[in-house]
Design a protein around this ligand. Structure first.
Ligand code: FEO
Length: 402
């Protein structure tokens, strides 16, 4: 029985349900999220008596998607294109696809506004469009699609689509991972929960409340998927319970006894402080990671923050302000608004100082509970200042254990 795996170059998730997406081996950045492992843009073809394409791919990959669709059906025969989300990594190929088919676009009301904003032809009524809301169904004949609005997972327009007969949830950005692989299923690759964690931390972390609401919608609609097929990365089947449990943990902001020391340094003084604080955390029996902002991407640091109870941010004062990498990181952090975190600031200065106060303000603006006062050291830390660093390390360890 053919139900999964690689078959003649395409992948069948269930009878009449195919992956027809694209693999971006060279993608290294997703709007500021560093993606050293590339990514995929997953489209899925569902064939009943009528046919529907669920999501398209980023514009440069339209040809790859169309070639995959053409292996199965003539793209001109498509009846519907379900647009779960209008961000261009999923909708970028719509114009190319619409040159080949008159298929009706199925989209949320909020998605329609964005569609009209991106594609002039959509607004001119050349495109046949129908809006849907949670609970609406589309009967393809032997296959039924149920639509589930998922506002803010990841944009206001987002929705997910459930294929009733095969119990597959096409979750768009939800449950995604930015990895490029020729494999499509979780059981074919090494554990990708860490990739899903990094994806969650960098894309969905600010939207934990909409996510918890979406879980309620799934319960109310009686949605119990056997597979979750996101539009980035691999499809969850064997590890489905694992990823669902992980999402609940992340959405609830559950943290571990884990502390991060995130810093940059100009002439080594802030790094000496970082090491001293980290050593005191370690000595108190709490896991600690030292993360230099010029050696680690901000995306990786956000993944580490996801389950850390507390962290410290260190910066030298440069021209009365923050060191540039620290400023970059704090702006990114502020947008992602981590929950249930405690943090403190430290750093060195020469004459004016000021970086520590600026860090504290940015942390507060990010919704982080700030442990004050932070520590500012003139020129170089010696024994008195190092003792103060050790005290800060102990304080971080204590709050991490609370
Ligand atoms: Fe994968 Fe929000 O786009």
């Amino acid at each position: 029985m053919i139900t999964e795996g690689e078959i003649n170059g395409f992948v069948e998730l269930a009878k009449g349900v195919y992956w027809v997406g694209a693999i971006d081996w060279n993608g290294r950045d997703f709007h500021g999220f560093t993606t050293p492992g590339g990514t995929t843009y997953n489209s899925y073809l569902v064939i009943g008596e009528k046919t529907a394409l669920i999501d398209t791919v980023k514009a440069p990959f339209a040809g790859e998607m169309l070639r995959r669709i053409s292996q199965i059906i003539d793209p001109s025969k498509l009846d519907y294109i379900v647009v779960n989300h209008m961000e261009p990594d999923h909708s970028g190929s719509l114009a190319e696809l619409k040159k080949q088919t008159d298929a009706k676009i199925i989209i949320t009301k909020r998605g329609l506004d964005i569609l009209n904003g991106y594609f002039r032809d959509a607004g001119s009524e050349k495109w046949d469009v129908e809006t849907v809301k949670t609970g609406d169904q589309l009967d393809l004949g032997s296959k039924t699609l149920i639509f589930l609005e998922a506002a803010m997972l990841h944009w206001p327009d987002s929705m997910e689509t459930f294929l009733k007969e095969d119990r597959i949830l096409f979750s768009n950005d939800g449950f995604g991972q930015h990895i490029a692989t020729s494999k499509r299923y979780d059981f074919e690759v090494e554990d990708v929960i860490p990739d899903a964690a990094e994806y969650y931390a960098n894309i969905l972390m600010p939207f934990h409340m909409p996510l918890l609401r979406f879980f309620k919608v799934l319960d109310e609609q009686g949605i119990e998927p056997l597979q979750i097929a996101p539009s980035h990365g691999i499809i969850w089947k064997q590890d489905l319970p694992k990823i669902l449990a992980a999402y609940r943990t992340w959405a609830n902001g559950e943290v571990k006894e884990k502390v991060l020391i995130i810093y940059d340094t100009m002439w080594g003084s802030t790094e000496i402080m970082a090491n001293e604080i980290a050593e005191a955390v370690r000595a108190a029996g709490v896991e600690v990671k030292l993360l230099n902002l010029r050696k680690n991407s901000r995306s990786l640091i956000m993944k580490e923050i996801l389950d850390a109870a507390a962290f410290a941010v260190g910066s030298p004062t440069l021209n009365n302000g923050l060191f540039p990498t620290v400023g970059d990181f704090l702006i990114y952090l502020k947008g992602l608004r981590p929950q249930k975190k405690k943090a403190l600031a430290f750093g060195s200065y020469g004459w004016g100082g000021g970086a520590v106060k600026l860090i504290e303000q940015e942390l507060k603006d990010a919704g982080v509970e700030v442990l004050e006062p932070g520590l500012q050291v003139k020129y170089r830390p010696f024994e008195k200042e190092l003792e103060r660093c050790r005290e800060l390390g102990k304080e971080l360890a204590t709050v991490a254990k609370e």
